[in-house]
Structures are given as structure tokens and as C-alpha cells.
Design a protein around this ligand. Structure first.
Ligand code: HEM
Length: 367
């Protein structure tokens, strides 16, 4: 693929087959000194290389017994567990503080307010993001925890979500289920060709050459009204998605990977896949051919203030223009049958630069 040259590789955690667990965290920069931002990105880059190799970020037991450990130690003996840590730069990196305004890619702007939004201030935005995915939850947690410690004095934690189970499939992976009990990720982007076309930024025409080979991350914390969903009859649940529950087959017939036939009608003359079902509205056939890479995780926050299950989908998606998400969500927010059972409570967007060149650090081309 064009993005992967000797000089430039993508960061992990995007095209990487989804690992089982994810910890996501965003940060606000508390400094306005450009070199401090550079030092943080450099320290994170070095630490991420260590962590992804299953190593610590420094000593757990300092030589002097009265010293503080550089690494907190809880991932010792757990190995790399397929860890990837993906670093994102939010729109705030390009405000007046760091003198980088002219490097801001035109595509990087806050997702506009959408009619279906129910956003909570404490679950939106951020100047930096970390997405740590691993096959061991403690390895993912340890990575974010130790990187957050490193940021002290430069950035403060803004919001975080713990994803306890993958809800998307990469090539050669079986399709997992989201908390609504349906297979999620059946018609996701899987081929290199589609990644090149829809995920990776080709030579951007807007002057942000440093983003070539990068991508954009759109994050939404989507709460599910689990108890209401669980009381719904299965035939209606299937109508909501346009797919069967166990097999995940389109209601137009066939098996899980059969291409849905959105025009097929039943004996009553209605389309077999309801026109306001989630897949009828979201499919690329209904959106000018545009696809996004979905890489979501199931999350839970325990119980809400009413003692109900508080859980949902940590929707993480990658695309070469965040506008593709906005257009899709504007449409879903207006008429998706799923809206009765979900609420978008968190939102943010980040630029994902390519991985650092050898001996360099993430985002180095920016400065
Ligand atoms: C498809 C669940 C939110 C975009 C699907 C499918 C399920 C699902 C079960 C069918 C299987 C598949 O092809 O993956 C959910 C749930 C959501 C949610 C539970 C929220 C809690 C969203 C959002 C977007 C989105 C916010 C984008 C704005 C898509 C797309 C497809 C899809 C593009 C593929 C449609 C197709 O080509 O057939 N989703 N989804 N989903 N979803 Fe979602």
C-alpha cells in the first residue's frame, strides 16, 4: 500500500486486527510551550516502543530504595499481549498556543453539533488521545496509566473509557457481538485496497503534508438503553438492524456475508430490509459509496444513578476525512430505528500521524 514506505509506516491500532480489549483516554495540554509538547510526544514515542515490545518504561525497583519507580509494574510478566498504542492530535494542538496553526489540516475540526447528540461536557474533546488495545486488559491499562504519568505537568487527563470486549472484525477474524447481542463488523473495511481508498490520507491537497500516511480518528461514547432493548421482541430488534440476531444475515436472505439486497420486497410489498433500519441507512450503497473503518469496543460503567446497567459502545472509527462520519451520523441521527435504544454521550476527533521514523518521534514532521 502507498502509505507504508521505508520512511513511513502507519501507527498500530488502525489496520491492526482488533485486539480483545481497549483503554481510551484523552488529555488537555496544560502547557503552551511548544518544546514541552515535543518532549512529551518524544517520551511517549520511546515508551510506546518499549511497551509494545512487552518491556517496562523504566525501572520498577529504583536502585535507591527511596526512589519512585518509573514504571508502575503491574504488567511485568504479562508479555506484549499484542499491545498497540495509537497517539492522536486534537484540534487544540493547532490553536494559537504552539504556533502550529498553519499546519492544521483543513479536515481536522471538531465534529459539529448533530441533532441526535446528548453530549456531556466531561466526555468531549481533548488535545491528545491515546488508544491502547491489547489481548490482556491489564497490559492495555498499564500502558495508558504509565503514559498518563509521563504527561504530568504537561497535560491533564480529560476523559477515559474502558472497552472490555472487541466489537468489530478484521480480516480472518470471526465477527464478535456488541451488547445488543448482534454481530458487529460484518460489512467492515477489510481489504488493503479499501484501507488505501477510505482510511489512509494520500497526499493531502491542503498543505498538511505531515499527515500523508496518517488517518483521522472519530470517537463517540454511545450509551445503550439496555433494559429497554432487552424488553423488545426479537423480530423488532432484527428490524432495527436489518439483520437476523444469531446468524447476522441480512433480512433479504442468505447467510452472514451475503450482500444485502435493499430493494428486495416481501409478499406485503414492503422492503424486507426496512428503509430506516441501521444497515439500510449506513450502507455505502446509500452514501455515495463512502465507507469508514469501524473499530469499536463494548464498554460498561457499572450502574447509572437509577440502578440500571450503564453500558454501550465505545465507537472508534478511522477515515481519511472526518466529514464522512459527520455526514453519515447526520443521516443516522435523523431516522435510524436504533436511535430509540442509544444515546451519543461523548465525542472527539483526532489526527493520527504516521508512526515515527527510525530515531524520531510521533508528529516530528510538524515542528
Ligand atoms: C453496521 C451496530 C453505531 C455505521 C452495523 C451492524 C450492527 C451495528 C449490528 C451490522 C453488522 C455490520 O455490518 O457490522 C451498531 C451499534 C451502534 C452503531 C450497536 C451504536 C451503539 C454506528 C454509528 C455509525 C455506524 C454511529 C456511523 C456514523 C455503520 C456502518 C455499518 C454498520 C457504516 C455497515 C452497514 C452496511 O454496509 O451494511 N452497526 N452501530 N454505526 N454501522 Fe453501526
Amino acid at each position: 500500500p502507498f502509505y507504508a514506505t521505508a520512511a513511513r509506516q502507519p501507527q498500530g491500532g488502525v489496520q491492526t486486527a482488533p485486539q480483545r480489549y481497549c483503554v481510551f483516554m484523552t488529555f488537555d495540554l496544560s502547557t503552551s510551550v511548544t518544546t514541552e509538547l515535543q518532549v512529551l510526544l518524544a517520551r511517549w514515542s520511546a515508551a510506546i516502543a518499549q511497551l509494545q515490545a512487552g518491556k517496562t518504561v523504566g525501572s520498577v525497583e529504583p536502585a535507591h530504595g527511596d526512589g519512585v519507580g518509573a514504571d508502575t509494574g503491574e504488567a511485568l510478566d504479562l508479555g506484549p499481549a499484542s499491545l498497540t498504542v495509537t497517539v492522536g492530535l486534537g484540534p487544540g494542538v493547532f490553536d494559537e498556543r504552539f504556533g502550529l496553526a498553519d499546519k492544521r489540516p483543513a479536515a481536522l475540526a471538531d465534529v459539529p453539533r448533530l441533532p441526535s447528540d446528548n453530549l456531556q461536557a466531561g466526555l468531549t474533546g481533548g488535545d491528545l488521545s491515546l488508544q491502547a488495545c491489547a489481548d490482556d486488559p491489564q497490559v492495555a491499562y498499564h500502558a495508558v496509566r504509565d503514559l498518563a504519568r509521563m504527561a504530568r505537568g504537561t497535560a491533564t487527563v480529560r476523559w477515559t473509557v474502558l472497552g472490555f470486549g472487541r466489537a468489530s472484525a478484521g480480516p480472518h477474524q470471526s465477527t464478535p457481538r456488541n451488547l445488543m447481542g448482534f454481530k458487529d463488523g460484518t460489512r467492515n473495511i477489510t481489504t488493503d485496497e479499501d484501507h488505501d481508498r477510505f482510511v489512509w490520507v494520500d497526499e493531502p491537497g491542503d498543505g498538511a503534508a505531515w499527515m500523508t500516511g496518517g488517518t483521522y480518528q472519530v470517537v463517540r461514547k454511545i450509551r445503550m438503553n439496555i433494559e429497554i432493548w432487552d424488553a423488545d421482541v426479537v423480530s423488532d430488534q432484527q428490524r432495527v438492524f436489518g439483520r437476523t440476531k444469531i446468524e447476522g444475515a441480512p433480512l433479504s436472505g442468505g447467510t452472514e456475508h451475503t450482500t444485502p439486497d435493499f430493494a428486495a420486497t416481501g409478499t406485503d410489498g414492503d422492503t424486507k430490509i426496512d428503509a430506516t433500519s441501521h444497515i439500510a441507512l449506513a450502507a455505502h450503497e446509500a452514501n455515495g459509496g463512502v465507507k469508514i473503518l469501524r473499530r469499536p469496543y463494548n464498554y460498561t460503567d457499572g450502574l447509572n444513578e437509577y440502578g440500571q446497567l450503564d453500558a454501550g459502545l465505545l465507537f472508534l472509527a478511522y477515515m481519511n476525512d472526518p466529514e464522512h462520519f459527520t455526514q453519515l451520523q447526520r443521516k443516522l441521527g435523523a431516522s435510524d430505528r436504533l436511535n430509540e435504544y442509544i444515546s451519543h454521550i461523548g465525542s472527539a476527533v483526532f489526527a493520527i500521524p504516521p508512526a515515527p521514523r527510525k530515531g524520531s518521534y510521533i508528529g516530528e514532521q510538524l515542528f
